[in-house]
Design a protein around this ligand. Sequence first.
Ligand SMILES: O=P(O)(O)OC[C@H]1O[C@@H](O)[C@H](O)[C@@H](O)[C@@H]1O
Length: 320
Amino acid sequence: MVDRTNRPSALKATDAAGPEAQIDIVGSGASSKVIATLPSGESVEVLLFGATVTSWKSNGGKTENLWLSEKAALDGSKAVRGGVPVVFPVFGPPPKSDHPTSSLPQHGFARTSRWEFLGKSSAEDALGSDSVKLDFGLYSSGLTDEARKAWPLDFGLVYSVTLSKDSLQTVINVRNEGEQSFEFQFLLHTYFKIQDISKVAVNGLLGVTYIDKVLDATEHKQSDNSIKITGEVDRVYASIPQDTTSIVEDGKPRFDVVRDNLQDTVVWNPWIEKAKSMGDFSPDDDYKHMVCVEVGAVQGWQKLDKGEVFEGGQTIKSLL
Ligand SMILES: O=P(O)(O)OC[C@H]1O[C@@H](O)[C@H](O)[C@@H](O)[C@@H]1O
């Protein structure tokens, strides 16, 4: 993976991504979003609130790949239910005590913070008019007072979203900008849009150990290559040797999710009761049309000393 610096790369943002990719910044305040559209029609929308990707269309702009709840808050009042929320610096409920993340809310503050749009970045990956890369930044100085108080560490995040004709790449770059070491977890909480959950299988996790958060919160081993979803699923697969997890629909490959420097993956579907209980999940029966396959580093903690950088992400291929 390309070794990018954090804040300096933000300052180097240029217009080199190709003259034909169109960038629109729409809305204002917490509802501002950046929309990038390729000449061939593919597009991505990123809300500055949470740097949440809320839409990704491939197939000339005809196929929406991400599920977004009809009641998702898009005004900065709460984390977005759908798209690709960014989870940092803690996954799930934080440890109850004795950890620097203990006072943070579930899934941390990145998904509820206002990020800066740093611009289209340089053509270091030889991007042509078939790709465009958007960079977003979040620094400790940009946190709310509440988040800063709960996690008073100096960090810089650059989140790069690269739209290509048939794929979307989302990569985080975390830098420790302070004197003190810190630990974090990170996850990309991607909600995939699917036609019919009864015809979906998540493949590629054979032999991997997972914690089943629905069943008993204990360790199990994945004994079948094909995971069918027939009820509430909330599993954390850890230390995965395979790079790619695939979503298959009706026997046909629908998405490939390729991890880069991230070892873990959560598979989540709330099913009937949990979907109903979430006020921002709508319509109630849309658990049939989504599945979350969330790549991350959530087993244990990633540690960064002063000046150190971590980079990891995913490339999602839409295979329609
Ligand atoms: O409701 P939230 O905070 O967006 O979380 C949704 C789900 O996110 C998943 O990543 C967790 O494994 C689940 O336990 C959780 O319910």
